[in-house]
Design a protein around this ligand. Structure first.
Ligand code: URA
Length: 191
């Protein structure tokens, strides 16, 4: 029969991956989460935004970046003239840590293969890492984000762009312009 389109193939693989993570017990976060949050957006995105882990709203709704920090991220993306749906949005950890604590190194390591599968399926050109925790998961070292934001790093042939987490901007409103400029830069790198 007719070969399935590449888009349909990607959607099917992401759906399969979603089923896998809903059953995942590799770390202990499954015990307290409501549901795992795979991510959402364009399966053919050139740019992927990667945060830390779902928070309370994300855990409840099953979608990434839909709470206060997510609304800020969405507003800044749309202020560039682009739509959130044009990109893919996910997290290092697919499950919410209790009381929104920072995921442990083991929790991030255990979950990283799922992100790698998403990268294989979606094949983005640019990864925009939101905050020091996501940066640390990729670079395997401590990252001082105020010093290193704006850096472009080559990671396994992809361009990795480091910036603030939108939750940091909620606590430090003066950083909003910088996050906005960084998002614009990440989009420029992708096209
Ligand atoms: N913070 C994150 O890092 N990810 C989300 O999905 C929401 C808030």
């Amino acid at each position: 029969g007719m070969a399935e389109s590449d888009l349909e193939e990607r959607l099917k693989k992401l759906e399969e991956l979603n089923k896998v993570i809903q059953e995942c017990k590799k770390c202990d976060l499954y015990k307290s989460r409501k549901q795992a949050v795979l991510g959402e957006g364009n399966p053919e995105a050139k740019l992927m935004f990667i945060g830390e882990a779902p928070g309370g709203d994300e855990d409840k709704l099953g979608r990434p970046f839909v709470g206060r920090a997510g609304k800020l991220l969405t507003r800044l993306i749309e202020a560039t003239g682009h739509k959130r749906e044009e990109f893919y949005i996910t997290n290092i950890c697919k499950c919410r840590p209790p009381e929104n604590r920072t995921p442990t190194p083991w929790e991030m390591e255990a979950c990283f293969p799922y992100l790698k599968q998403q990268l294989e399926i979606i094949q983005p050109k640019v990864l925009c890492l939101l905050g020091s925790t996501a940066a640390r998961a990729f670079l395997n070292r401590h990252v001082a984000i105020t010093k290193e934001r704006g850096s472009v790093i080559n990671w396994e042939g992809k361009l990795v762009y480091l910036t603030y987490h939108p939750a940091y901007v909620l606590r430090n409103p003066n950083a909003e312009t910088t996050l906005f400029e960084d998002i614009k830069k990440a989009i420029e790198l992708a096209y």
